[in-house]
Design a protein around this ligand. Structure first.
Ligand SMILES: *[C@@H]1O[C@H](CO)[C@@H](O)[C@H](O)[C@H]1NC(C)=O
Ligand SMILES: *[C@@H]1O[C@H](CO)[C@@H](O)[C@H](O)[C@H]1NC(C)=O
Ligand SMILES: *[C@@H]1O[C@H](CO)[C@@H](O)[C@H](O)[C@H]1NC(C)=O
Ligand SMILES: *[C@@H]1O[C@H](CO)[C@@H](O)[C@H](O)[C@H]1NC(C)=O
Ligand SMILES: *[C@@H]1O[C@H](CO)[C@@H](O)[C@H](O)[C@H]1NC(C)=O
Ligand SMILES: *[C@@H]1O[C@H](CO)[C@@H](O)[C@H](O)[C@H]1NC(C)=O
Ligand SMILES: *[C@@H]1O[C@H](CO)[C@@H](O)[C@H](O)[C@H]1NC(C)=O
Ligand SMILES: *[C@@H]1O[C@H](CO)[C@@H](O)[C@H](O)[C@H]1NC(C)=O
Ligand SMILES: *[C@@H]1O[C@H](CO)[C@@H](O)[C@H](O)[C@H]1NC(C)=O
Length: 500
């Protein structure tokens, strides 16, 4: 059997780059098979927790509208489709603390009547949620970093500690058990948002429960989480919220810890079916295989490059030549690869960046934001990695199924070990089929996309590389839905979408 050799791909690509205007003679063919399906996509998103929302709200109106449009618009912006809110647990809203709706312990302890206070602001997050909803966002993940301090053994929402009444932990003063009150408090947050016009669809009660720090934090292991999930579900049910709200767990610091927590929850046969989504961050360990699942979806619910200095770069060729992974960590192309790995190797249904916006003063102006804001000047600057998210978010809409795609030469033979492309494909709920191709190589790679979409009416493609941000690329589609005349740019990403 004939296989396209590395040499053939390389020389073909060299011709294409030497004479970019000429039609490529022998492109690679990406064939989508919509009959081979994988996970359902819930979307792509970010958080504006820790007061970051105010970095958008307090921009001059014109810039603020422009930035909101950039984040949420499905036809001209990134089209982010998930917003992750932090459920505040702190007594105040300053720096990285978010104020709670229950600042004081009820008289009479855990069984007393709670006094909830809704300030209509929620550390700026309510406003962001309203903007998202205007753009059609339907998935709102509310996640608590901790219970309020009075519910915990350390009397502080920050500094780790645990929820009083948690099994396997020493009893708190007077043997108080705050588990049910904490679940009621979380349900109250959901009800408050509902009354204000936003339906929370996903609810988490932990954030990095394996990490103690100076902002809101609370420790819990997998078995203890399984215990709390049963309480939370029964409380949601008592409020008629169990259908609206999917329980998510556990936002561990890394994939390996989350795997252990998921396993412990799955081992509890009562708790397992009550969890809909397993959520993980990737700070302490990366994705190497899918998380265990009995039908639960997997979300990468928070990650960012915390170490790197602020950089808007798409691809740092020098750092790549020196394999300087630290310098590459914030690059747009690196994030396109991270998204690809998460959705393929990790079986992810959602991929959420940490915070969208941040100023220069915070955390040494590192790379943890997608957009650098300057409230004094009233301006913002976009990092190219935002466009990596756009390449995925615009092509794989909520409800899309990931489907199979294979790369061959035009003769139909598989390209063995020689393809410079990482590919992924989706079958969207509206019938549109999309393919995203990432080119790791230094030369453009011409492709055709064979999707055999019945009643294809049009195709679009967008490219992002060092000089372009989701720029439209001309393509043609035939009656069978096969697309031609596109190139995956060197060190770049091309998304092709065939509409029906
Ligand atoms: C705000 O809340 C945090 C967390 O409980 C606390 O550490 C901090 O001292 C509080 N700040 C003020 C100004 O009260
Ligand atoms: C919410 O409160 C913060 C801090 O006081 C303020 O900067 C922001 O403008 C408020 N948000 C809205 C929508 O009023
Ligand atoms: C999104 O952008 C398009 C094109 O600029 C515009 O026509 C549309 O009104 C925007 N959508 C929303 C919800 O503002
Ligand atoms: C609360 O629990 C944590 C974790 O087990 C422990 O380290 C800490 O000493 C406890 N704090 C108090 C005040 O008992
Ligand atoms: C996960 O559990 C295994 C088996 O108990 C243990 O060896 C490993 O250290 C745990 N990993 C993490 C990150 O907690
Ligand atoms: C992928 O995730 C889905 C839930 O979205 C799950 O049903 C399926 O078993 C997972 N597949 C693998 C290989 O883990
Ligand atoms: C960030 O910049 C500082 C100061 O210039 C430098 O010491 C540090 O190595 C840089 N970090 C990275 C990850 O490039
Ligand atoms: C390229 O990276 C290497 C290794 O980090 C460094 O020594 C060199 O100065 C860099 N060159 C340029 C032009 O940035
Ligand atoms: C970078 O890594 C590649 C692949 O592992 C290797 O071939 C190359 O020699 C490395 N370059 C440097 C400068 O270490």
């Amino acid at each position: 059997m004939h296989t396209l050799s590395t040499l053939a791909v390389a020389s073909l690509a060299a011709v294409a780059s030497a004479a970019p205007a000429a039609a490529p003679a022998d492109p690679l063919r990406l064939t989508v098979d919509t009959a081979t399906t994988y996970q359902t996509i819930d979307g792509f998103g970010f958080s504006e927790a820790f007061q970051r929302a105010n970095q958008i709200i307090n921009l001059p109106e014109a810039k603020r509208n422009e930035l909101v449009d950039l984040l949420f618009n499905v036809t001209s912006g990134v089209g982010f489709s998930i917003l992750r809110n932090g459920i505040g647990s702190s007594p105040n809203s300053t720096l990285d603390w978010m104020n709670t709706i229950e600042p004081n312990a009820p008289v009479g302890g855990p069984s007393g009547s709670p006094h909830y206070i809704w300030d209509g602001n929620d550390s700026g997050q309510f406003w962001i949620a309203q903007q998202a909803a205007k753009y059609g966002v339907k998935t709102f993940y509310a996640d608590a970093w901790s219970a309020p301090g009075f519910m915990k053994n350390n009397s502080n929402d920050a500094g780790g500690g645990y929820l009083c009444g948690t099994p396997g932990r020493p009893a708190c003063a007077d043997g108080q058990d705050w588990r049910r009150a904490y679940a009621e408090y979380l349900a109250e947050y959901v009800a408050t948002y509902h009354n204000a016009g936003i339906d929370i669809t996903h609810l988490g009660f932990l954030n990095e429960p394996d990490f103690t720090t100076a902002y809101a934090s609370m420790l819990m292991d997998g078995a203890q989480s399984a215990d709390f999930i049963k309480i939370l579900h029964s409380v949601l049910k008592s409020h008629g919220l169990e259908k609206q709200v999917h329980i998510a767990c556990c936002d561990a610091t890394g994939w390996a810890t989350q795997r252990n927590m998921s396993n412990a929850i799955l081992a509890d046969k009562e708790a397992a079916p009550l969890v809909d989504v397993f959520t993980s961050h990737l700070y302490t360990s990366k994705i190497d295989s899918p998380l265990p699942s009995e039908g639960q979806r997997a979300w990468m619910s928070e990650y960012a490059d915390l170490g790197g200095n602020w950089s808007t770069t798409w691809f740092n060729a020098n750092a790549s030549a020196y394999n300087d992974t630290k310098a590459l960590a914030g690059d747009g192309l690196t994030w396109a690869r991270n998204l690809h790995t998460g959705l393929t190797t990790g079986n992810l249904s959602a991929f959420l960046w940490w915070v969208a916006t941040q100023d220069t003063a915070t955390n040494g102006n590192n790379n943890e934001k997608l957009i650098l804001t300057d409230l004094e000047l009233g301006t913002y600057t976009v990092a190219k990695r935002l466009w990596a998210f756009a390449q995925f978010s615009r092509a794989a809409r909520p409800g899309a199924l990931r489907v199979s795609v294979k790369t061959t030469g035009t003769d139909g033979c598989l390209v063995k070990g020689a393809s410079p492309l990482r590919t992924i494909a989706f079958h969207n709920a509206d019938g549109a089929v999309s393919v995203i191709a990432i080119n790791d190589g230094a030369t453009d790679v011409p492709i055709t996309v064979r999707s055999r979409v019945a009643s294809a009416v049009s195709a679009e493609a967008w490219a992002t590389d060092s000089t372009r941000d989701l720029e439209r690329v001309g393509v043609t589609v035939d009656a069978q839905g096969d697309v031609s005349t596109a190139s995956v740019p060197a060190h770049g990403v091309l998304s092709v979408i065939v509409r029906v």
